[in-house]
Design a protein around this ligand. Structure first.
Ligand code: SF4
Ligand code: SF4
Length: 578
């Protein structure tokens, strides 16, 4: 293992000092990380997600969250980030091992190795990101035992209060889900393991030792923050979110980037309050940059089916109102790519592209100004071209300026206001495209979607910011690649897993429809064949009582429910199934 440093690598840069996030540098970052250890990842130190409503934490957001020890927290509020579980994983990384909790990345890396593809996991992307890369040299000399590590990227959830109950979510993250499970019980799926939780939420109205620790820890922690990201539940329904936004408005942090995850459908008065505070923060440069991460991966009624609670028209209105009424802001669609998104991802990509073209600073103008020091703007005005609406009245607002003025302007008006981040859903397994999707779905929908992204890639100066970036496209590419690989696996263990997950999908979707008065096949008629394949996986395997054979049985042959004590208590009174 070597202690190679950042400056020992010949990075591609833009400007004098900024290391570009691109394919060539991803390769170099992987080599650098591997020189320390095959599981080494800067994000294990630099990034934390904390769920204060349940007292859970993880780093990054991929590993399954674990409980923060209250005794550790009493001694040091920094235990919100430096738990013993994380310290163990950090030590493993420094010792050349791959911690099991990071299997999200290992699966991508193993697939890439097997197929010989140059696809990178988030271990690489997150270590290369601007909030992480500066931490690398310090971390390689640590032991992993340190208690005083502050993250540079903090994601905080104050509670699970939410007005949605998305199909892939659950009671740990959504209060609406809690209500449903209390009313109907957990889903009775083959092999169970879905939607029970022993992570009971502390209501916002009650004392919460994790939130108390956060408010003690935050004043010092914010001095280290490159990025603060507020998440939920639906964060725009939590009083703590507004407390934190008001704290930033009243005590500006001009070097910190701020972002919020939202479902884009918070109640109207909350949405207005949020827009008012953000406008104030952004107009007066009280943070470096603001990004709204807004969840969506589908279109119209199909999206409303999966993201139960969504009003798609209202969602679009909110997206466009945010882009029009705020400045110095970005909006990134956060796409949790899951089975329900497959057949309707394409129209959603079209919408994203349309917004990019409308709101991102035009690449042609960018090229002209950069390469001719702005002089060409006058030529364009004289020519008065009509290029696909590219040259519009905004030219009049862009008189020739010095490069310093231009750079300041670019900082205030980011070139790229609209983006998309595609992550794949692994849990629940039956919505994991990488496990359950059929060849037909890949051919009919996924490859065309990937083709659409590549054909609209922003790969020249001329169309810069007017299409999908390399990194955005790479995220869908790795899903499709992984699938192509999985579809040709024929070992028994994998075949059983696929069959079981499809059987679980069938069982889930029927119960979901019944509980929520929905109709999968009416909403997704194009998925009839997929539904039939799942039914086939489900039906033949029933025991004499008609229960699927996939159920866990105890030693007496009875269906077993090995629930944690807290979960039993949580669900005990109002369960109606079983
Ligand atoms: S290795 Fe992957 S899962 Fe683990 S912390 Fe890094 S990015 Fe996250
Ligand atoms: S909006 Fe977010 S928190 Fe709410 S149910 Fe959907 S995924 Fe869960």
């Amino acid at each position: 293992m070597s202690d190679k440093k950042i400056d020992d690598v010949d990075w591609e840069r833009h400007g004098v000092s900024t290391i570009s996030v691109n394919h060539a540098n991803s390769k170099k970052m992987k080599q650098l990380l591997d020189s320390k250890g095959c599981g080494f990842c800067v994000a294990k130190w630099s990034q934390v997600t904390m769920h204060l409503g349940t007292g859970l934490t993880h780093s990054c957001h991929h590993p399954t969250p674990h409980k923060i020890d209250l005794e550790e927290l009493k001694k040091n509020p920094g235990a919100l980030h430096n738990t013993s579980v994380k310290k163990k994983a950090r030590k493993q990384m420094l010792n050349g091992e791959r911690p099991a909790e990071c299997d999200y990345c290992w699966r991508i890396e193993d697939n890439a190795k097997e197929t010989g593809s140059e696809t990178y996991s988030d271990r690489v992307y997150k270590s290369l990101d601007s909030w992480s890369i500066g931490e690398h040299d310090k971390i390689i000399n640590l032991t992993g035992e340190e208690d005083d590590i502050y993250p540079t990227y903090l994601e905080v959830s104050f509670s699970n209060v939410c007005n949605f109950k998305c199909s892939y979510c659950g009671p740990s993250f959504s209060s609406k889900w809690v209500q449903e499970i209390k009313k109907h019980g957990w889903y009775t799926l083959p092999e169970e393991g879905y939607n029970f939780t022993d992570n009971v939420q502390i209501p916002e109205s009650e004392d919460n030792p994790y939130t108390d620790a956060f408010w003690k820890w935050f004043p010092k922690a914010k001095e280290h923050l490159h990025t603060l990201r507020i998440t939920g539940g639906e964060p725009l329904m939590s009083k703590h979110t507004f407390k934190l936004l008001e704290e930033i408005r009243d005590n500006p942090t001009p070097d910190m980037e701020l972002s919020i995850n939202t479902n884009g459908n918070a109640p109207a008065k909350n949405w207005k309050r949020f827009l008012d505070i953000i406008t104030d923060i952004c107009n007066q440069d009280k943070v470096k940059k603001f990004t709204l991460f807004i969840s969506c991966e589908g279109w119209g009624e199909r999206s409303e089916y999966s993201r139960d609670g969504m009003d798609f028209d209202e969602f679009r209105k909110n997206v466009e109102a945010f882009l029009r009424s705020t400045h110095n802001t970005r909006l990134v669609f956060m796409s949790a790519f899951n089975l329900f998104a497959v057949s309707n991802f394409m129209p959603f990509l079209h919408y994203t592209l349309q917004l990019k073209k409308e709101f991102n600073f035009n690449g042609l103008l960018h090229w002209m100004e950069e390469t001719t020091n702005g002089q060409s703007t006058n030529l364009l005005k004289k020519l008065n071209w009509e290029l696909d609406g590219i040259l519009n009245e905004s030219l009049d607002d862009r008189p020739v300026r010095s490069m310093t003025e231009r750079k300041n302007l670019a900082r205030k008006n980011p070139n790229e206001r609209v983006g998309i981040d595609i992550a794949y859903v692994r849990y629940p397994d039956f919505l994991d495209v990488g496990t359950v999707a059929t060849e037909e779905l890949v051919i009919d929908y996924l490859i065309p979607a990937l083709d659409f992204m590549y054909r609209n890639n922003e790969n020249t100066d001329w169309t810069k910011f007017q299409g999908f970036t390399d990194q955005e496209t790479a995220k869908l590419k790795r899903i499709v690649e992984g699938l192509a690989f999985q579809l040709h696996r024929n070992d028994q263990e994998w075949t059983n897993k696929v069959q079981l997950s499809r059987a679980r999908f069938y069982s889930f979707v029927n119960e979901y429809d019944k509980r929520r008065d929905k109709n999968f096949l009416k909403t997704f008629p194009e998925m009839q064949n997929f539904y039939d394949v799942c039914k086939e996986a489900h039906d033949p395997h029933t025991d004499s009582d008609g229960n699927p054979e996939y159920w866990h049985k105890d030693s007496n042959g009875n269906r077993s429910r090995q629930l944690p004590e807290a979960a039993k208590e949580f669900y005990s009174k109002e369960r109606t199934n079983d």
